[in-house]
Every structure is written in C-alpha cells, then in structure tokens.
Ligand binder design. Structure first.
Ligand code: ATP
Length: 214
C-alpha cells in the first residue's frame, strides 16, 4: 500500500502556528507520511500579499527546517494562471498516477466556502479532503445541499483514507488555534510582539527582511 501524502495550500503571508499545529496533529491521527505546503499564486486583480512569492517560500522553509513531515512545493508559483487547487491536483495525479492515496488539507473556514472554488465538485475525484478545526467558524455547512454533500462523503475510519485514492472527507479532531496571518500582519504594523504566534525562525526572517513593518 502507498503512503498517504497530503497537500496544504495557502497564501502563507506569513506561515504561522495556526497552519502548523493542526496539521501536525492531523498527521499523527491519520498517519500522514508527508505534507507538501503549496504557497499559492495570487492573481494580479486580487489584493496582493505583503510578502513577495520568494519571501513567502523562504518563510515556509524557515518554518519547516526542523519539521520533517513537511516539504515546500512551489509549482503554483511557477504558473501564470490563478492557483486552482483542482488543476494542481490534476498535475500531481498525472505525475503520481491514479492509485496513491492523496489528501488535500483545509481549515474549517475553507470547507464552508468550498462551493466557491473552481470546479469544486471535481476535487473528491482527485483527493480526500482533510479538514482541520478553526475557531470561530460554524460546524454545519451553509445550505442543506452542501451539508448533504458533506455527509455523503464523510468517513470516521482513518484506514479508508489509506485504502482509497480519493473521495472521502475527514473532519479531524485538531486543536483549536486562534491565529490568522491577518492578525500577525496587523500586530507587526502596530509594533506588537508575535512570539507565540509563529516559529522563532520565521520571526527572525521577517525581522531580517524588514517585512510587515509599522
Ligand atoms: P489571512 O489571515 O491572510 O487570510 P490565513 O491565516 O487564513 O490568512 P491562509 O494562508 O490563507 O492563512 O490559510 C491557508 C489554509 O490554512 C486555509 O485552508 C485555512 O483554512 C487554513 N488555516 C489558516 N489558519 C488556520 C487556523 N488558525 N486553524 C486552522 N486552519 C487554518
């Protein structure tokens, strides 16, 4: 049986403990062998991250230097087009083939807005969705149709995530970590400390690069 790998996409402006801790707990619970962090390409008509793509990648590298579970995958930054998760998963499937089980990790906030994602209905033909808790977001989907879709795909058996290549949703019992990148940027702009919010190596990099200044 192939190892279970997962992708975790985000803007990571900057990466923080709200990303890392729930995913580490999820990996323990279901036996994830590897998590690929996918910094996304923000299209020009959208509000731009404060950090450049290269700086967002560097912050991820600092964060994972002593975390063997993770690797950084920059394929979405190499594309000219927006980062459509479904397209990224298709390229990964083309590389790895249809059989190896693959997860895509999202927070509860992203699950609630999933119906706005490009070709969202195709996602489960390519991967499992692994959902981490996030404080402040509803447990139920926004409509009865979406709630039914969720329940139709839920599994409570982690073994199934290893046995099937795709198609299941796992609602993980992960720690609630009340941190957002927005809060970190705002605190930095106000000159407030962020010590407990992100890894020290990332804070050092932010200081050296002069990011998120007052
Ligand atoms: P911003 O505040 O700039 O919108 P963010 O902190 O929400 O950023 P993103 O990089 O946009 O971080 O998030 C990427 C993924 O991580 C999303 O799937 C999101 O749901 C998840 N995520 C972010 N913060 C948390 C958190 N504190 N707990 C659980 N999941 C989170």
């Amino acid at each position: 049986m192939s190892e279970l790998h997962a992708l975790f996409g985000g803007t990571f402006d900057p990466v923080h403990f709200g990303h890392l801790r729930p995913v580490e707990a999820l990996a323990q619970q279901i036996g994830l062998a590897r998590v690929l962090l996918l910094p996304n390409n923000v299209p020009p008509h959208r509000p731009q991250p404060e950090a450049s793509p290269a700086q967002r990648v560097e912050m991820l590298r600092c964060a994972i230097a002593d975390r063997l579970l993770f690797a950084v995958d920059i394929r979405e930054l190499m594309r000219e087009t927006p980062s459509w998760t479904v397209a990224t998963l298709e390229t990964l499937r083309a590389e790895r083939g249809p059989q190896p089980p693959l997860g895509f990790i999202i927070g509860q906030d992203s699950l609630l807005s999933l119906a706005s994602w490009h070709r969202w209905k195709d996602l489960l033909s390519l991967c499992h969705l692994l959902v981490c808790k996030r404080p402040g977001y509803a447990a139920e989907m926004g409509s009865p149709e979406m709630q039914r879709w969720l329940e139709d795909h839920l599994t409570a058996d982690a073994q199934q995530l290893h046995q099937q290549p795709a198609g299941l949703i796992w609602l993980a019992d992960t720690p609630l970590v009340n941190i957002s990148a927005t809060e970190i940027r705002q605190r930095r702009h106000q000159g407030l400390p962020c010590d407990s919010l992100l890894p020290p190596a990332v804070i050092d990099y932010i200081d050296r690069a002069g990011l998120y200044l007052k």
